[in-house]
Design a binder for this molecule. Structure first.
Ligand code: NAD
Length: 468
């Protein structure tokens, strides 16, 4: 079985003790990786702190390196994508798209324009606001999009002049370790360090006094722990957490036109997207026709091992998450929900739940109130639009949301009523490096991407010069 090592101070480091990595299509290990310890955390943070002394000085050099990072990832796409598909479960062509996306994020930040702000510039004074790096950043990532979500952190952190110690999820460490090996070819030693290991390693990293900022993507529960750990040293945090996005369909849609967008808004990456549609609200009079369209699309979806051709949806990534989603579907059945399609695990090996659509539920049902993060979607009838909006906003979550209508202006008015970091009209989960992405309420603190995401890896400094 192939073993993958960590990146510390420019060297790939392996350990005698190994952690297995499971292929969710079979529920069996297919490779192993290094098990990092507290000692590795110390070495990696020391290396990053040392590299920071020179890395922070030359912005033009860093921009050149970001472009080289983009190229280095592209060059390795055929090597990394199959491993990403096997450890995560997603179809290999979608794994390739993820790596190309990460490369695009590096290119975007390589040329993001940053100007100092001049507050006053006259005979008496020049007052400028400049942005300085923070130091060593901890980048902690989840298992649904391990490579692209890492690039959302690395690219702006590097542009600003920070160095990074990253820790991927124990469920999907390999693609991150492979990306690290590719980036090692172009980055000075210590600028990027990547450690693999269990959740305790993440906790260790967040407690290290030399870490100045934690950029975390993961669940609400862990996000709260990260914030507590950050308090001791007043570390800065960006928390990108879970969501329970509502989509509201208005009464003027043509079901034929919206069905495909709604389906993929909910089921892309087997529903394991922080900002996927997790609750769908439809007007009473359109309920049956929309349900019928989505059921038809679900039946035509090819579910299977992501390494096989034409597969559209892979398995749920890990057994714990699989059991959680099965439990929510089971609870839905017991609480009077009707399974319109799916609802039973597929095969006896691996963690497959085909796209599952449940009707007849409402507020109070776990599948509606909790983040399922898997292939199960509740479709909920509404009579008055104001009720649907109230339902959309009534959870602790506030990541994304969407409104679907044949009249985009009308939809936009409704969209503005959402309590969420992003709200889409006639689409869901359309992200780009340009636009800030983050959550309201329990879905997070701070944003990633665009100049706003860059700012989160900096601190403001005022340079106030008296001239006369
Ligand atoms: P998770 O919180 O279990 O783990 C995320 C990362 O945190 C992993 O690397 C894990 O090892 C690490 N970790 C665990 N305990 C830690 C601790 N005490 N201190 C520091 N690090 C620790 O999340 P997950 O199950 O991997 O990911 C799924 C969740 O992530 C979902 O809720 C999803 O919505 C969310 N998510 C959010 C976004 C976003 O941008 N808002 C994007 C993707 C996923």
């Amino acid at each position: 079985m192939q073993s993958y090592g960590m990146l510390i101070d420019g060297r790939m480091v392996n350990t005698a003790e190994q952690d297995p990595v499971i292929n969710p299509a079979f529920g069996e290990p297919f490779a192993t990786c290094a098990r990092g310890t507290k000692e590795h955390v110390n070495q990696a943070v020391d290396a990053a702190a040392n590299a920071y002394k020179t890395w922070r000085k030359d912005e033009a050099f860093r921009r050149q390196k970001l472009n080289e990072c983009a190229a280095a990832l592209q060059a390795k796409v055929n090597d990394i994508a199959p491993v990403l598909s096997q450890e995560q479960g997603k179809p290999v062509n979608q794994a390739m798209m993820e790596i190309f996306g990460a490369s695009m994020w590096f290119s975007y930040f390589a040329s993001l324009e940053i100007q100092p702000e001049i507050l006053q510039d006259d005979g008496a004074k020049r007052i400028q606001v400049v942005r300085k790096p923070l130091g060593v950043v901890a980048a902690i990532t989840p298992w649904n999009f391990p490579v692209i979500l890492l690039s959302w952190k690395l690219a702006p952190a590097f542009l600003a002049g920070n160095t990074v110690v990253a820790k991927p999820s124990p469920f999907t460490p390999l693609s991150t370790l492979m990306a690290a090996e590719a980036l090692r070819e172009v980055l000075p030693a210590g600028v990027l360090n990547v450690l693999s290991g269990g959740n305790d390693l993440g906790a260790e990293l967040t407690r290290h006094p030399e870490i100045r900022k934690i950029s975390f993507t993961g669940s609400v529960a862990t996000g709260k722990k990260v914030m507590l750990a950050a308090a001791d040293d007043l570390k800065r945090v960006t928390l990108e957490l879970g969501g329970n996005d509502a989509a509201i369909v208005l009464d003027d849609v043509n079901p034929d036109e919206v069905a495909e967008g709604l389906f993929w808004g909910a089921f892309q990456n087997s529903g394991q997207v922080c900002a996927a549609i997790k609750r769908l609200y439809v007007p009473e009079q359109l309920h049956d026709s929309i349900v019928a369209k989505l059921v038809d699309r679900a039946k035509r979806t090819k579910v299977g091992n992501g390494m096989e051709p034409d597969v559209e949806l892979g398995p749920i990534n890990n057994d714990m998450q699989f059991q959680k989603v099965l439990g929510l579907v089971d609870d839905a059945k017991k609480s009077g929900g009707k399974i319109e399609v799916g609802g039973e695990r597929m095969g006896s090996k691996g963690y497959f739940l085909p796209p599952t659509i449940v009707t007849g539920l409402g507020a109070g049902a776990k599948l509606v109130d909790e983040e399922q993060f898997g292939t199960a979607l509740p479709i909920i009838k509404y009579k008055h639009l104001s009720d649907a909006l109230e339902q959309a906003n009534r959870t602790h979550y506030g990541l994304g949301g969407s409104v679907w209508s044949s009249n985009p202006d009308r939809a936009e008015e409704v969209a503005r009523e959402f309590e969420s970091g992003t709200v889409w009209v006639n689409q869901h989960i359309d992200l780009s490096p340009l636009q800030p992405f983050g959550g309201h309420k329990w879905s997070g603190i701070g944003v990633e991407n665009g100049k706003w995401g860059y700012n989160e890896f900096t601190q403001v400094q005022v340079v106030d010069t008296k001239r006369a």
